[in-house]
Design a protein around this ligand. Sequence first.
Ligand code: 3H9
Length: 709
Amino acid sequence: MGGDGQGDKPLVRFEVDDGIGIITIDNPPVNALAPGVRDGILEAIEKGEADPAVKGMVLMGAGRSFIAGADIRAFGKPRPAPRRLTYEALDGANKPVVAAIHGYALGGGLENALACHYRIAVPSAKVGLPEVLIGILPGGGGTQRLPRLIGLKAAMDMIVSGRHVPAEEAKELGIIDAIVPGKDLRQEAIAFAKEVVGKRPLPRVRDMSAKLAEAKADPGMFEAMRKSIARKARNQKAPYHCIACIEAAASKPFEEGIAIERRLFAELENSDEAKALRYAFFAEREVAKVPWLPKDLALPQIKTAAVVGAGTMGGGIAMSFADFGFPVKLVDASPEVLAKGMDRIRNTYAMSVKRGSLAQAEMDKRLALIEPVESYEEIADCDAVIEAVFERMPVKKEVFAKLDAVMKPAALLYSNTSALDIDEIASATKRPQSVAGTHFFVPANVMKTFEVVEGSKTSPVTLAAAMKLGRDIGKISAYAGNCDGFVANRSRIPFNLEQGLMIEEGALPEQVDKVMVDFGYPVGPFTVNDMSGLDISYDTRKRRAAADPTYRGLPITDRLVELGRLGQKTGKGWYRYEKGDRTPIVDPEVHAIIAQVADEKGFQRRTFSDEEVLRRLLFSSVNEACKILEEGKAIRASDIDVMWLNGFGFPRYRGGLMYWADTIGAREVYNQIASWHQRYGARWRPSDLLREIAESGGLLRQVEGRMRR
Ligand code: 3H9
């Protein structure tokens, strides 16, 4: 039914069981609503309606989910118009239809469930309307049915955030009528359907109106919502269109609301933001794939992990494990550091409890999973260990030599380094095949990007296990080849350098920050520097300068550090801060310091246009990203985009660094870089690969790394 799935397998099956028609969608992996699926559902409903032996129907999904929504790959392309909408057929049916949900009911999946007369779910199910996250809005009646079912405010929260709602909460909200054990969902759904077959009138969400009265009691709710999202949703249309649809649900008849929803959906489908967000969605799935790793590689199970070093980084990594239910040992030779580390972890969890984002019981459970230990012998049996000590080669090598001596032979040895040579670290062991880099971003328990660095001797199992480990602790694993800074930081370093140099040449921190915030970053780069502390990069610069006589330092930044302006922690950095307040205040003292250093060094100062600021920062990184791909250190340009979206706050609705560069065009990017090469010298040498793409008229985001294997 409904065209062919794989081979002869139908996408939708219809069977009658005990007087109940069972409609099963079977379109792996997630039962997306491809046209054949929609046709199959329609045919099945019509069959069930016509068969007098059928008293009621159940809509369910085969495999791991109910329905994850419309087929996102089909957006932006012409689609055949359905002869009839499934939503209309479902809620127009004269026999009760029960949606039986397991796994995910998302987007069009939940919308079909809302068009059913009843909804039941297993405890682990999740429901949601996440369309806004791909730049569109629920276009299958979701903006009109959900508010009628659960109220305007609750619907607005779900639709504008796009969040996944667990079954228990969905039941409380009124989305789900009953939670069933899920031991045999089909039989449980049949039992439920048999209980309701005689009930009339059939409950149709479209006809409900009681909850819409909320708008009379609080007519300002829509404006308040617009205000509350203004910062996060700037430059985007979809969240506002979602609100407009719900506002229409409050004041217009159902059909009129549906027409508005359809019109606003059509406006969004091909918008720049929707295209960029769709790209980001698929890029985040593609990044998991390392093409040369065999698919059937047997991976060791990581049941216990250890983290070496109880500093901020080590503590954050230990929390990342505990947050996903892994027992983890935190080892540090110093009892004081260990105690301080555990205090920091406890305080971080306690803060989440105070904010209401974590239950006390959950905090206790997570804390109990983290075991502080003082000797390496106590971690010897762990399946994987992540070293997170000071970022200095001799220190790292000492730790790896110790790990080599104590860890069981099958243990995986990972180093959380952001720049150091994995091969040199591995050389401290007699098992370099078991060593790889796992680069967490700061704060490790929050940030999603997880770079997995392959050394020249890293075995496929060690690499694949690290990629999987990242996913198991909720991260987005991304492959990186071994080079200074790996992929993420290496592609970001030129941005940081240009940021510092433009200040020497005449731009001001507040101008640069404003340009980047207007572009879509949550905060500007100078504010970020103040948050993380200017002394961190000061140390790195000193180290690099000592190693390389041609290294271009940043005298203005250095001067701020030398004057004790370390950022928020000292109340002064690139900005000034009032006590207890993190709002950056423009500081004339900083202007004076900039002018003084510029004078001393003989820098010529001029004004910058906002566009020049943006391009100087981002083009420098695009050029470096191309060099990374050229050297085969990243698998795909889109992997770099994923790292920028999840590691550096790049605005998601702009797709990522390389996707954004394509919106300007490789040729223009290349020409600009070539002219800056003439003007500023070697650091702007254009990448050969960038030149090739510019000349061929290709897209940067489609570039594949030139892997040397
Ligand atoms: C919508 O419904 C519009 C409607 O309002 C009305 C329209 C008129 N389409 O993420 P995973 C693929 S908009 C196509 O790794 P997980 C995915 O690319 C839609 N493909 O699994 C991957 O492919 P591959 C609203 C999809 O278990 C594979 O499935 N719905 C879709 O970590 C496995 O995915 C959404 O936005 C799709 N809809 O997470 C939900 N979904 O193996 C989008 C997945 O080739 N989906 N694929 O790389 C998700 O959020 C997650 O996939 C989900 C599972 C949570 C379901």
